[in-house]
Design a protein around this ligand. Structure first.
Ligand code: EPZ
Length: 427
């Protein structure tokens, strides 16, 4: 196990380039299975989740590699549609393989991906969508088998604009017979990126980015070359880190249009933000203003993946803020850890009342999930004294060497091996 050791209190300054979007690259890598041949996918970040997806693709019979920021996947010799349980449990995003494998082979066997620290994370909407296209779904215990002699286009109405369900249905529908329309579709930029990748393969899709996506099934798709969008959550994380340390940071290779709700919230709190093409300048030289309400919502609302980070920022604000988490029922695990650093936060069901304090203090804290871990790093950067963040593997799932990126902005942060953790010491 590893930990991050952070000496807080130093404003971040300088320029960094933001890597490609994990949550765009993962479904796109899965979608490569829809066409035989060799795909080249650029701007892919070097992250744990990407390597797990590469392992799963190899397990299915693909040749799959990451060299630099480019993934090559040759799906010619795919021979299996069984997603191994151990890999499935390592990463929920393996559920994205259901649609492509069903479309290509007419059958897929996988396992309930299981919940995680942020919530139950069911996949019922995925399964209902595939059933609407004609798939038969059989669940025995945690094993799920889907099969379909032929997928047929249909109208699919999602009870909730689920990102993963929208993506799985899109990938199953592109080779279905006839027209599929997805109503109440998720509108995240990663959905648009997947649409553009599928169109590059020869699919016929319109509407991604809106709540209605229409797909005309085609018989064949071709391998393609593609480049993934920048990671808006990593961008937002560094925007908050710059503001929380009262620094001045320039973020390059970003897409500001993917962050309008985040920019709006930070500006309301008194952060200076300037946009120039694919560059965002962020600076903050005064104590944050508190915000009466920040509510997470499906895109274009405030992203749930930045809820823990904005909570750190507002825990230092001048006044009381309320944060409401509407997407995941268990996404406040970082609150206890922040309280250990001196934050004053009260949780009531899906709302957190954040009473700003003048400063946070270094402590040994534990990352419980990917974004909570990133938030604790921000807290350590802003705090007085030394912070140790344990269970760093959670953070490595979504940030490519976060300590290197932060060090390049002047942070005093290092990665060390952890022979024990606070929890094991106390147990
Ligand atoms: C994607 O997860 C992202 N992951 C998540 O990012 C992100 O938080 C989430 O979308 C919301 O934006 C990837 O893209 C790999 P959902 P996903 O289906 O697709 C419920 C990160 O930190 N639901 O939109 O799993 C579900 O329980 C990760 O990068 C059902 O009830 O999210 C949740 O409460 C975390 N049934 C809500 O919908 C279903 O069949 C949103 O889930 C599917 C979802």
């Amino acid at each position: 196990m590893e930990k991050l050791v952070i000496e807080g209190g130093k404003p971040l300054s300088g320029t960094i380039r933001i890597h490609g979007a994990k949550n765009a690259a993962l479904p796109i890598m899965a979608a490569a299975l829809l066409a035989e041949g060799r795909h080249t996918i650029g701007n892919v970040p070097d992250l744990l989740d990407i390597h797990v997806m590469l392992d799963i693709l190899r397990e299915l019979g693909c040749k799959a590699d990451l060299s630099g920021d480019t993934v090559t996947v040759d799906t010619t010799s795919v021979s299996s549609s069984h997603i191994p349980e151990d890999l499935m449990r390592q990463m929920r995003s393996s559920v994205f393989l259901m649609g492509p494998l069903l479309a290509r082979f007419g059958k897929v066997q996988l396992y309930q991906p299981g919940g995680c620290a942020i919530g139950e994370r069911k996949i019922n909407l995925h399964l209902q969508g595939l059933q609407a296209l004609g798939a038969v779904v059989e669940e025995t215990g945690s094993t799920i088998v889907c099969w379909a002699n032929r997928l047929t286009g249909a109208d699919v109405v999602l009870d909730f604009p689920s990102v993963g369900a929208t993506e799985n249905i899109m990938m199953a529908a592109v080779k279905a017979e006839g027209t599929t329309t997805i109503y109440n579709a998720a509108r995240e930029p990663e959905i648009v990126d997947l649409q553009n990748f599928l169109i590059a393969m020869g699919a016929r899709i319109i509407g991604a980015g809106t709540d209605t996506i229409t797909i005309e099934g085609v018989s064949e798709l071709q391998p393609c070359e593609y480049r993934v969008i920048p990671d808006r959550i990593v961008t937002g994380t560094f925007m908050v880190a710059a503001a929380a340390t009262r620094g001045s940071v320039t973020l390059e290779k970003v897409n500001p249009a993917h962050l309008t709700s985040v920019t709006h919230v930070l500006k309301r709190a008194g952060v200076q933000i300037a946009v120039d093409g694919d560059i965002i300048h962020v600076s903050c030289h005064s104590r944050p203003k508190s915000l009466d309400r920040v509510v997470t919502a499906p895109h274009p609302g405030f992203p749930t993946d930045l809820q823990s980070q904005i909570m750190v920022f507002l825990s230092l604000a001048d006044g009381v803020s309320v944060i409401k988490e509407t997407i995941f029922e268990g996404r406040f695990k970082h609150v206890d850890e922040l309280s250990r650093m001196g934050a004053d936060i009260r949780v009531d069901l899906s709302s957190a009342l954040v009473r700003g304090v003048p400063r946070l203090y270094g402590a040994t804290v534990e990352a419980t999930d990917l974004r909570a871990g990133a938030a604790l790093v921000i807290a350590g950067l802003a705090a007085r004294g030394t912070t140790v963040v344990e269970q760093v593997h959670h953070i490595d799932r979504g940030y490519d060497r976060i300590e290197a990126m932060l060090s390049s902005l002047g942070a005093r942060i290092s990665r060390e091996s952890a022979s024990y953790t606070r929890k094991t010491l106390l147990s």
